[in-house]
Design a protein around this ligand. Structure first.
Ligand SMILES: *Cc1c(COP(=O)(O)O)cnc(C)c1O
Length: 440
């Protein structure tokens, strides 16, 4: 079978995520037959460097031999069980490791990022309710992204995904973000935010805000916008001062993407809730975690008849295969100098992309750890210049998937230096081409 045949049959039956399906009349879909390391291979043997880690999930390459083996071993023992009233060894291990690594106390399981966000929002609201307060609102940041389910979308702020559904979303309070990572902009934003805190948390009927939810250091779906660790620390401080929870959504930035295992470690703070997914299983299987404190846990812990338990569940909660993939991923972090190697790679990438500044259509380059973004000048969105770069990338063996006018690299950590060179070279030429070409 060639690519074309697979695509034709696919389009007869499948509806793909985040896609205007009509685009596929002119934009070929790429059927992938196998993966290996940073490479994806289509049905005709063309290979693509997966420069976006298959939507930010893959950490140690496709078909990683170690993770493969660990999942196969688990498969021979147990594929799935109910996680209410039952447990399994992998979950014990994972819970112990995650609490140890995060400095938090309790782990609740979900099966995707959006559900982790829903869980954290509900838990925070429910915590206050169990303590006798009703706090129906959340603070979230401008330009944030927390997933696609109704609750998660309500605390997000990327218009492209949100606008259509406005009438059915929950009410929310949005806070400004700093224009960049500088101290000046950080202080400016924090000053404005303090005023909003003062206004919104003090009403005649009490404090209506349960929590602030944010993506620390990098707003990934929000066009890879970055802010300083001081901004995260400042918000954590405000949350403490005004007695609301801090929910950190590290679904995209967790597991080393920002240079430390978790982004919040750079701000030297402790959240009340930490949402993890994506890289958690090395990009193998859907799983998410909400990690929280003993203080939160204790607000639910009482005699059954008090009716304070958190009765949320998902069918695949704590799936043993996904948990095995997560434990295997942590094994790799434990046994190999991943973060140290990444520091060298991100430094190398940063040096190499300096030349992008020479391109007249490049507005800004920025980097946090293993996330590097190149922002083109603000072309009208209808011109879809990013798509020109995408298409050029595919024709030249690199999967880049720009967010609007922002081209970014978020490769699997196993990428080597020659693959980095190729990824950067192709992106450079693609952006060059986008000076003169629009889409369609
Ligand atoms: C991807 C993402 C989510 C949603 O996760 P899904 O598994 O796609 O539901 C939430 N928050 C952030 C920051 C993300 O990048």
């Amino acid at each position: 079978m060639n690519n074309w045949e697979v695509m034709e049959r696919d389009l007869k039956v499948n509806w793909h995520p985040c896609t205007q399906m009509k685009d596929h009349q002119i934009l070929p879909m790429i059927p992938i037959r196998r993966g290996e390391g940073v490479y994806l291979e289509d049905f005709e043997g063309n290979r693509y460097i997966d420069a976006i880690s298959s939507w930010w999930v893959n950490l140690f390459g496709h078909r990683n031999p170690y993770i493969n083996r660990k999942i196969k071993e688990q498969l021979e023992e147990l594929e799935h069980i109910i996680f209410a009233g039952f447990t399994h060894w992998g979950a014990v291990r994972l819970g112990e490791r995650i609490t140890q690594l995060t400095g938090l106390d309790k782990v609740f399981y979900g099966d995707n990022g959006s559900s982790a966000v829903e869980i954290a929002l509900k838990m925070s609201f429910h915590y206050w309710k169990n303590r006798g307060e009703t706090r129906p609102l959340f603070f979230s940041l401008e330009n944030s992204y927390h997933g696609e389910t109704i609750g998660a979308l309500s605390v997000g702020d990327v218009g492209l995904y949100k606008e259509t559904y406005r009438e059915i979303l929950l009410e929310n309070r949005t806070l400004p973000i700093p224009a960049d990572q500088s101290e000046e902009e950080t202080v400016k934003a924090l000053t404005q935010i303090r005023q909003i805190f003062e206004r919104e948390t003090q009403t005649p009927t009490g404090n209506p805000i349960s929590a602030l939810i944010m993506e620390p250091l990098v707003q990934c779906a929000g066009y890879m916008k970055m802010h300083s660790p001081q901004f995260v620390a400042g918000l954590a401080q405000l949350c403490r001062e005004f007695n609301i929870h801090l929910i950190l959504d590290e679904i995209a930035v967790g597991f080393g993407r920002t240079g430390t295992l978790f982004a919040f470690q750079q701000a030297d703070i402790k959240p009340d809730f930490l949402c993890l997914s994506k890289g958690l299983t090395g990009g193998y299987l859907p799983l998410s975690l909400v990690v929280t404190t003993d203080e939160v846990y204790q607000a639910f812990y009482c005699d059954y008849k008090e009716m304070k338990a958190f009765l949320h569940s998902h069918s695949y909660t704590g799936n043993p295969l996904a948990v095995a993939a997560a434990n295997a991923t942590l094994d790799i972090f434990e046994t190999q100098p991943v973060l140290e190697e990444n520091r060298k790679k991100s430094q190398y990438i940063w040096e190499k992309i300096q030349k992008f500044k020479e391109l007249p259509n490049v507005k800004e380059i920025r980097q946090t750890g293993m996330i590097t973004a190149i922002e083109m000048i603000p072309y009208p969105w209808q011109e879809r210049r990013g798509l020109v770069v995408y298409q050029y990338g595919l024709q030249n063996g690199v999967l880049l998937r720009p967010l609007g006018n922002v081209i970014y690299f978020m490769p699997p950590y196993v990428i080597d230096y020659s693959e980095i060179d190729q990824m950067i070279e192709v992106a450079y030429r693609g952006i060059e081409l986008a000076q003169t070409q629009k889409w369609g």
